[in-house]
Design a protein around this ligand. Structure first.
Ligand SMILES: NC(=O)C1=CN([C@@H]2O[C@H](COP(=O)(O)OP(=O)(O)OC[C@H]3O[C@@H](n4cnc5c(N)ncnc54)[C@H](OP(=O)(O)O)[C@@H]3O)[C@@H](O)[C@H]2O)C=CC1
Ligand SMILES: CCCCCCCCCCCCCCCC(=O)[C@@H](N)CO
Length: 323
């Protein structure tokens, strides 16, 4: 009898899979990018630039928006050299709605909108000025509202009626709060709330929302960040292995094209995604099955991570007192 138990379980396995196959929402989708208009904010550097290269090499028509015209022109030239495609560039600050709206209407209807611009100044809140807090919230969160609000009417009017995408680049610090990132984490958690609500609002227009959660990524922005990052932030953020901008761009573009709502980038990212699945949409019944099966044990893993992090914080304070 006992020996039959595994076989019995194996026979029962298709049942939950079958159920999940029918209930997962929204339904699975493929988002083509060849010959379509991909508009990337913050596309002149780091992750955005790597995404632009990748989209262009897959035959997309790419537009980039950022502040510095010089960096935009360099990006345009590097993409022309690598894939031969002609990129449109728009100099605008995402904090200025009117300028963003003008750029987007000049660029024409967008099929895939990648909201990637972002700034990060890690510092303990006690030492951080409210001007810096506001800077991060304005660029990362309010700036994303400005971009999406300006692009949405034209996206809805797109001629081909094929599935379209709005992708937001959050961060693993948008899935878990990390020392030194009060304002940054708040801005990146905010993007997830925006995305969950927005997906319900735009599903009827065949627009699909993705949120990408990269770990530390080797970019010009990250290089500047490491010069000022508190030691404890370095230690805790080191819990997830860092990636190259190119690898993040690959994960992001694959996730966008498969219409995934949550897009993790590395192994730790997959664990975080399952541990924080919450009430997010899930299109894949396989992933839904994994979430249902591993939720409990990953909560335990998460508690061990917190245990380790609080131990690091305690040691750090003890060391500081000694010196
Ligand atoms: N690098 C990392 O470790 C990680 C990054 N991320 C996120 O990925 C995204 C890209 O980061 P990364 O590639 O490292 O950053 P970079 O600093 O290398 O690039 C940022 C891009 O955003 C643009 N940008 C910044 N501020 C504005 C603004 N106010 N208006 C318009 N464009 C702006 C920059 O151009 P310009 O300055 O000319 O405006 C640049 O093109 C960010 O949202 C970041 O939070 C997430 C996880 C990890
Ligand atoms: C269930 C168990 C999960 C275990 C994994 C936990 C790992 C958490 C690591 C968080 C790292 C935050 C990096 C922020 C990167 C970033 O956005 C800055 N570089 C600014 O750009």
């Amino acid at each position: 009898m006992v020996i039959l138990l595994p076989f019995l379980l194996l026979l029962l396995l298709p049942l939950p899979l079958f159920l999940l196959y029918f209930i997962v929402r929204p339904r699975p989708v493929e988002i083509p990018i060849k010959n379509r208009h991909v508009f990337i904010t913050g596309g002149s550097s780091g992750i955005g630039l790597a995404l632009a290269h990748r989209a262009a090499s897959q035959g997309a028509r790419v537009s980039l928006l950022a502040r510095s015209l010089k960096k935009l022109e360099e990006a345009k030239e590097s993409i022309r050299l690598s894939s031969g495609s002609d990129v449109s560039i728009f100099s605008a600050d995402v904090r200025d709605y009117d300028v963003v709206e003008k750029a987007i209407s000049d660029a024409g209807p967008i099929d895939v909108l990648v909201v990637n611009q972002g700034v990060f100044v890690p510092r303990e809140l006690e030492k951080q000025g409210l001007d810096e807090v506001k800077f991060m919230l304005d660029v990362n969160l309010m700036g994303s509202f400005n971009v999406i609000k300006a692009a949405l009417p034209l996206m809805k009017q797109r001629m081909d009626r094929l599935p379209a995408s709005i992708a937001l680049i959050s961060s693993q610090a948008g899935q878990v709060g990390i020392y030194g990132y009060t304002a940054y984490s708040a801005s990146k958690f905010g993007l997830r709330g925006l995305a969950e609500a927005l997906q319900q609002e735009v599903i009827a227009d065949n627009i699909h929302v993705s949120v990408v959660f990269p770990p530390d990524t080797d970019t010009p922005g990250f290089e500047r960040e490491t010069e000022v990052r508190p030691e404890l932030t370095n230690i805790l953020a080191g819990s997830s292995s860092s990636m190259t901008a190119d690898n993040v761009a690959k994960k992001a573009l694959d996730g966008i094209q498969s219409g995934s709502f949550i897009v993790p980038c590395n192994f730790d990212g997959h664990m975080l995604a399952i541990a924080t699945a919450g009430l997010s949409p899930q299109r894949s019944f396989w992933m839904a099955f994994i979430e249902v099966s591993f939720a409990g044990v990953l909560r335990l893993v998460a508690l061990f991570f917190q245990w380790n992090w609080y131990r690091c914080i305690e040691h750090w304070h003890a060391k500081k007192k000694d010196t």
